[in-house]
Design a protein. Structure first.
Length: 192
């Protein structure tokens, strides 16, 4: 049946169009996801290098080392104070960078999880296709052929022609009557 074929064709065309769009969206999201993963790995490497220099938690480390420095100075131990000062110098040099990278890393981690969910959704859209046609009953040819009812067509055509003719006759008569009244009024005005 033509109706069944049209429904199937419409469904396949719509699926193909949506799949093309979904594949393009998947490519875009996949590129963003991979770029974000590479950026996160780069940030992780930066944090690891700074941690290797001894900067773990700059705020608490600076607090503890400052106390230790004060104790070493009070005790008269300049060698220990010098070692502690070197550690404090490293923390002051890299602590701000570490804190900034750490804070950005946490924010970017949330963005990465959002992107990962978007990527998974785009992947599902690109790989799966759902039917858009819902057929209750398949179309079948009629059991008895039907033809137009000729007498009804003739009667309706005749009545509509008659009514249109009456309308046109009344309209033309009204126009002629108005024109005649105007001529009479002009003639009466001209004689006065």
């Amino acid at each position: 049946m033509i109706a069944n074929n049209i429904a199937a064709l419409m469904d396949s065309v719509k699926n193909r169009m949506q799949k093309e769009i979904a594949l393009e969206a998947l490519d875009i999201v996949e590129d963003e996801y991979k770029a974000m993963v590479a950026y996160m790995n780069q940030m992780e490497d930066s944090l690891a290098k700074i941690r290797a220099m001894g900067v773990q938690d700059p705020e608490s480390q600076a607090e503890v080392l400052t106390q230790e420095y004060a104790i070493a100075m009070r005790m008269g131990n300049p060698k220990a104070a010098e070692v502690i000062q070197e550690r404090l110098d490293i923390i002051s040099k890299y602590g701000g960078i570490y804190a900034s990278i750490r804070d950005n890393f946490e924010w970017d981690r949330k963005q990465l999880s959002f992107l990962k969910a978007k990527y998974a959704g785009a992947k599902v859209d690109a790989e799966r296709s759902l039917e858009h046609k819902f057929v209750v009953n398949q179309a079948t040819p009629a059991e008895k052929k039907t033809y137009p009812i000729r007498w009804l067509i003739v009667v309706v055509s005749t009545i509509s022609t008659f009514l249109l003719s009456v309308f046109l006759i009344i309209t033309f008569q009204s126009i002629k009557t108005l024109q005649l009244k105007e001529r009479v009024n002009k003639a009466v005005e001209g004689s006065n």
